[in-house]
Write a protein that binds this ligand. Sequence first.
Ligand SMILES: [Zn+2]
Length: 281
Amino acid sequence: MPELPEVETIRRQLAERIPGRSFAAVQVHDPMLVSPEDPGIFVAQVAGQRVRSVDRRGKYLLVELESGDTLAVHLRMTGRLHWRPGAPDEEERFLRARFDLDDGSTLTFGDMRRFGRAWIVPAALPDREGYWTARVGIEPLSPRFTARVLAELLEGRRGPIKAVLLNQALVAGLGNMYVDEALFQARIHPERPAGTLDPDEIRRLHRAIRDRLAAAVEAGGASIDSYRDSLGEKGSMQDLLRVHLHAGEPCPRCRTTIRKTRVAQRGTYWCPSCQEPPPPW
Ligand SMILES: [Zn+2]
């Protein structure tokens, strides 16, 4: 499932290619993609619009339109945005929508599982900033995300640190894979009650989150399942994962066998030696 680094990779690629261009034609092949909006209304809001910029909030990709409206896209499980300099040369599988740009290039949205969504956040919405802050918390790669801010977010929380980090309204863009990797790097067990981390652990965790996300952006994201970037290429972060998907293999730090358990309803990978379990109080 695409997380912050994967969406950021797509954002960067599209930001180099589509601002200044207009959507010459838009086709929605699967109404589910724009549900509950009527596909005809969605198309009318996008077609003919010039793209001002391509932004991101957490895992949301935001295409800012000249009308002031925002075309928001969430890839969810298997959504794929694919930009091509020309038309798709063969019938793309699982094609849900196609956006033709005025320079002959095309952007397609493919999605095998059909959980991905595209919708318009209207310019006229009274509180657009509030709309996003209700959905996404602080950007972990922004300068505003400091160890002190992380400490404030964790303070008093009794839930497992993994669940707290997966909460998009607190820290934006972290998913199962990068939370596992950051907790391993910081040597913190995924089930530790979030509010019990000491200042040193919080500093390690803060550094690990930024370090792993930055490495993943640098690597163009991780292609462990269906993820491809907007040029159809795989990322290489999957080769740099240290514990995630490595159950039964030796820990790269201490050679103890990596375990997989379930935390926050998610398959969770950790080293029982590097990441000491919390006492059973
Ligand atoms: Zn270890």
